[in-house]
Design a protein around this ligand. Structure first.
Ligand SMILES: Nc1nc2c(ncn2[C@@H]2O[C@H](COP(=O)(O)OP(=O)(O)OP(=O)(O)O)[C@@H](O)[C@H]2O)c(=O)[nH]1
Ligand SMILES: [Mg+2]
Ligand SMILES: [Zn+2]
Length: 307
């Protein structure tokens, strides 16, 4: 008996008990997993996540099954909401870059939420690019100070309008050749931007008539798309909650890259940068060197982590 042929590919999306896989050859199909290969994993953990590299075999009856998973290079996770105990939900595996999409209006810019995403990406060791979308809706002076603050903090910010295409070519240069995960509030325009980048994708976006219907999420599943040989993107639903998965409060400051140059100058070697005297981070905020809104996000996230 000859051993079955093994091919490698990516998980594009997970459904109830089926996985959509793209083989490296380009072929796309839905298949199941051979459960015994995952027997030692926590049963409550979702076995596979979008972006996972898998090995697929062709069975004698012509069907295909996932036989194994290759080690993950990166894992972007959150706390699974509404669970009695702490359970990890892998949003996407193997992504290299987070594209944090924020709309400058409708829904209005939410910097606390944006900073939360940036922290999760930093913890997962993903690069981050920030997109300020819907620049057609408000004058530039409304959003420019915020984009300047993030640029000063060391982030790349790309202002865009998914409707008229402004900034879309620039965004494309940032995603070409790597694996990016698009995140951000529901309605920020993640799917619209992906459609603008690659017109063939045809991802469903919110109808304009539904634009004020805040409760509704248009994208419900994380889905990976391949844009040419080297470029992968994942579209995600706008998660209402992004609970931290295993981030220790003492490590939070390390996830604010703009704070890093100041931290060694704090009087106490373990400084939470809140009540302590002679704190170099607080001094930098007071001197206007560090952005006060970033510091405010830090304090709120710290409070949340200590709960
Ligand atoms: N004016 C304006 N509207 C936009 C822009 N980008 C997207 N929209 C609209 O905003 C609405 C939401 O866009 P989506 O792309 O569905 O948003 P999403 O981030 O994918 O939302 P979820 O899938 O629910 O997480 C749609 O009606 C889009 O047409 C933009 O740059 N300007
Ligand atoms: Mg969407
Ligand atoms: Zn300090």
């Amino acid at each position: 008996m000859s051993s079955p042929e093994v091919a490698t590919g990516y998980v594009l999306a997970c459904f109830h008990d089926e996985w959509e896989v793209a083989l490296d050859s380009g072929e796309v199909f839905r298949c199941s997993v051979r459960a015994r290969h995952f027997a030692d994993m926590d049963s409550e953990q979702k076995l596979l996540a979008p972006g996972d590299r898998v090995e697929v075999v062709l069975l004698d009856d012509g069907s295909r099954v996932i036989e194994g998973m290759l080690p993950r290079e990166t894992v972007l996770s959150r706390l699974r909401p509404r669970m009695k105990r702490e359970v990890e939900q892998v949003i996407v595996a193997n992504a290299e870059q987070l594209v944090a999409v924020a709309s400058v209006a409708s829904p209005k810019l939410n910097r606390r939420f944006l900073d939360r995403y940036l922290v999760v990406a930093e913890d997962a060791e993903l690069r981050s690019v920030i997109v300020f979308n819907k620049i057609d809706l408000v004058p530039e002076e409304d959003w420019r100070p915020h984009s300047a603050a993030y640029e000063k903090a060391g982030y790349t910010v790309v202002p865009t309008c998914a409707l008229d295409g402004r900034g879309v070519d620039e965004l494309r240069t940032h995603i070409d050749g790597s694996f990016s995960v698009f995140t951000g509030q529901s309605g920020a325009g993640k799917s619209s931007l992906l459609n603008a980048i690659e017109p063939g994708l045809g991802i469903k976006v919110r109808e304009v008539s539904e634009a004020t219907n805040k409760g509704k999420h248009t994208t419900s599943n994380v889905t990976v798309f391949r844009l040419g040989q080297e470029t992968l993107v994942a579209d995600t639903p706008g998660f209402r909650e992004l609970g931290f998965w295993r981030i220790h409060p003492d490590d939070l400051d390390q996830l604010f890259p703009d704070f890093m140059p100041y931290i060694p100058n704090c009087k106490f070697s373990v400084c939470s940068h809140s009540p302590e005297p002679d704190c170099a981070v607080k001094a930098a905020v007071e001197a206007g060197e560090l952005d006060a809104e970033r510091y405010d996000s830090y304090l709120r996230l710290l409070r949340d982590l200590r709960r």
